[in-house]
Ligand binder design. Structure first.
Ligand code: NAD
Length: 261
């Protein structure tokens, strides 16, 4: 029997076939999970997300629009999911947003209030909002696994990561508080700290190419991560093999976070 057979869940954040969410979905599907998707409602983004989901060759692709910054959209997508699926075993949060005007080295100090709040809202608060809407259906099925994508720029200064680093710190802290609240329902909440990967979101960070070069040179594994590295760990975190792990952050970065000098 496949590792994730019988598990069904909802994935947020497929923009295209380069997205971390897409690599996670590919791995979960390969291990027998049934994946449903929510994507940003912008017409072009939705179309690209549909094309990426089509590449997964699912027998009955399920994808609904959701601007995670709108409570009514989140209500609608979780209601639609519950209407069409008997179980909710996992939720993958792989979304983030920050105004790219403030994502270059030396500009953090000028971040306007609205850009700061927007980054925290879309990149961190949405995890809380999704967990709250997942709770009832997950608990009814005996528990579940919620996971979110983060990055090392939450802990140390990575030039240009700026307000996104602040948002990731909030995301990681939120996952620990959520893990504490939801643990009694056997709902686990964890984050994966992924290494740099060329995606649409990454293209907004000035100096991203230098981050890739630096990591490949310094990481113990002497390379950058690939989507499948994160897909494998996501599979583990969704599976019952990780039944005792919650409130944790797991680095999938070829070890670069362990290097001091
Ligand atoms: P991506 O551009 O493929 O995915 C980002 C997704 O966020 C897109 O699907 C976008 O539509 C979605 N999104 C943004 N605002 C939204 C909103 N209001 N409502 C709904 N969806 C919204 O890029 P990615 O790199 O795959 O990013 C996925 C996650 O991985 C993010 O949390 C990112 O911070 C994290 N991450 C990325 C890297 C990297 O180097 N690419 C490294 C570590 C962590």
């Amino acid at each position: 029997m496949a590792l994730l057979e019988g598990k069904t869940g909802l994935i947020f954040g497929v923009a295209n076939h380069r997205s971390y969410a897409w690599h996670i979905a590919k791995a979960l599907v390969a291990h027998g999970a049934d994946c449903a998707f929510a994507a940003h409602p912008d017409e072009k983004l939705m179309q690209r997300a549909r094309e990426a989901v089509d590449q997964l060759d699912l027998s009955r692709p399920w994808i609904e629009p959701c601007d995670a910054g709108r409570d009514e959209d989140l209500d609608a997508v979780f209601a639609a999911y519950a209407r069409d699926h008997a179980r909710l075993d996992f939720v993958v949060h792989s979304i983030a947003f920050a105004d790219r005007e403030w994502l270059s080295p030396g500009t953090f100090v000028g971040t306007p209030r609205q850009s700061y709040l927007q980054a925290i809202d879309i990149s961190a608060y949405t995890l809380v909002a999704m967990a709250d809407r997942s709770r009832e259906q997950m608990a009814a099925g005996g528990g579940g696994s919620i996971l979110a994508m983060t990055y090392y720029g939450s802990e140390k200064v990575v030039p240009g990561y700026n307000v996104m680093g602040v948002a990731k710190a909030a995301l990681e802290a939120s996952s620990r508080y959520l893990a504490a609240d939801l643990g009694p329902d056997n709902i686990r909440v964890n984050t994966i700290s992924g290494g740099p990967l060329r995606t649409l979101a990454a293209s907004g960070i000035a100096g991203f190419r230098q981050i890739l070069t630096h990591n490949a040179e310094r990481a113990p594994l002497r390379r950058n991560v690939e989507g499948q590295d994160v897909g494998g760990v996501a599979t583990f975190l969704v599976s019952d093999l990780s039944s005792g792990i919650t409130g944790e952050n797991i680095y999938v970065d070829c070890g670069v976070n362990t290097i001091g000098l």
